[in-house]
Design a protein around this ligand. Structure first.
Ligand code: NAD
Length: 383
């Protein structure tokens, strides 16, 4: 599969986003987020989105490419705008709880803005909680966990789509009722590891983007990702994408009640703390994420030295467990992996050196969107 240099891809993605109508600073932030997902092995949340959902949302006027996020005061939903380009706002003034309005702009920009506000409040109060309302698609939520953990704070995110992306069946049922409602957690590794510990996951068996990607690439689905009206597996990704069946909750037939439970809690945490909607409150249309982001300052509870000891002890204890090749999941790609976030870290190291693999159909889709918006396609992407 041809590989594209990450900086070449980032610059191309930025040009396409600008051609959609985003100012340069927003285009650059969106491109950086998308390519960071590609670098970390989450192509489903990478530049392909420019040729699929984001293009559709922009063409359908459901995403405002120039919108900047703003802090809405706790008591006044029409509060003053505090945003500039959506990426540089950081304040330690004010309350630990903040509501951010994404203005239906790019979710990546709202997410970056929210994490900047969040770390400011956590620095001032020991804890910060930011609700994000009306962001478009936030993309790879782990990016925000990495940003906050890299700044030295513990992080958690709970996300819903305000009822706009009905895809997942409740446990024991076969109709689409919930979104894939991702959760993310970030823990700084206090210098012990070269990456923060980041658990970033959909509450369905996989993120929906992975099914879309397989449909684009003409690949089939594993039997436990999606079910039809009778509860039987759907293995044809295009059939699912055409509207048949539902995604299975995380845990599938064996433990789907756990994924379902997490999705319900995410639905409510995000809906309540973003003062947004939950599934069932309006007819599904396009993705419109609401979220709760929380940051906690670990220094308020104990010393960095003790936290280093904790990470070292845990990692070495886990690493000492017997390794059984027949138990290593496919996601480990034949490598030894142990901690949440490690796969992404290793993949990013390799792809920064070797480039990002882009399959033929993805390259074709990107070429199409570039042609439609008058953007030159880099040579490496031309099929
Ligand atoms: P995934 O199954 O690929 O990974 C889930 C977690 O497991 C990650 O933290 C990863 O580091 C860890 N992991 C993976 N392989 C591992 C291994 N071998 N050993 C140990 N840990 C391992 O993720 P997913 O559930 O398919 O979600 C993919 C992406 O989709 C996420 O970035 C998520 O934020 C995003 N998403 C976004 C939305 C949205 O509305 N914005 C919705 C759903 C998902």
């Amino acid at each position: 599969m041809p590989r594209v240099d990450s900086e070449v891809l980032r610059s191309f993605a930025s040009e396409v986003t600008e051609a959609f109508g985003a100012p340069p600073a927003i285009a650059s932030a969106v491109a950086t987020s998308l390519v960071s997902a590609d670098l970390r092995g989450h192509g489903s949340h990478g530049v392909i989105r420019l040729a699929t959902t984001y293009r559709e949302m922009i063409d359908g006027e459901q995403l405002s490419p120039a919108a900047t996020p703003r802090v809405v005061s706790e008591n006044d939903r029409n509060g003053e705008s505090n945003g500039d380009d959506g990426g540089n706002y950081r304040s330690s003034d004010g309350e630990p709880t903040v509501l951010v309005d994404g203005g239906r702009g790019f979710g990546q920009v709202a997410g970056r803005f929210a994490t900047d506000v969040l770390t400011g409040r956590a620095a001032a109060h020991g804890i910060g909680a930011v609700g994000i309302l009306d962001a478009s698609h936030l993309g790879r939520v782990g990016e925000f966990a990495e940003r906050v953990a890299d700044a030295g704070y513990l992080f958690t995110a709970w996300v819903n789509t305000g009822g706009t992306a009905s895809l997942v069946a409740p446990v024991g049922r076969s109709d689409r009722r919930l979104a894939t409602n991702p959760l993310a957690f970030g823990v700084p590794s206090f210098g012990v590891l070269p990456f923060p510990i980041v658990l970033d996951m959909a509450t369905s068996q996989v993120a929906h983007g992975k099914i879309t990607k397989r449909a684009i690439e003409g690949e089939s689905l594993p039997p436990d990702w999606a079910i039809d009206d009778e509860g039987d597996s759907i293995t044809d990704a295009e059939v699912f994408e055409a509207g048949t069946g539902a995604m299975a909750p995380l845990g599938g037939r064996v433990a789907g009640h756990k994924g379902f439970g997490l999705a319900v809690v995410a639905e409510l945490f995000a809906g309540i703390c973003a003062d947004g909607r939950v599934a069932g409150e309006r007819a599904p249309e396009t993705v419109n994420n609401s979220a709760l982001f929380v940051a906690i300052d670990p220094d308020r509870f104990g010393s960095a030295e003790r936290n280093r000891e904790r990470i070292e002890a845990l990692v070495s204890f886990l690493d000492g467990a017997n390794e059984r090749p027949n138990l290593v999941p496919e996601s480990a790609r034949g490598d030894r992996q142990l901690l949440p976030g490690e796969a992404e870290h290793r993949t990013a190291m390799e792809r920064r050196e070797q480039g990002i693999p882009i399959d033929e159909r993805t390259a074709g889709a990107l070429t199409d969107v570039a042609a439609a918006y008058g953007v030159d396609v880099p040579q490496d992407l031309e099929s």
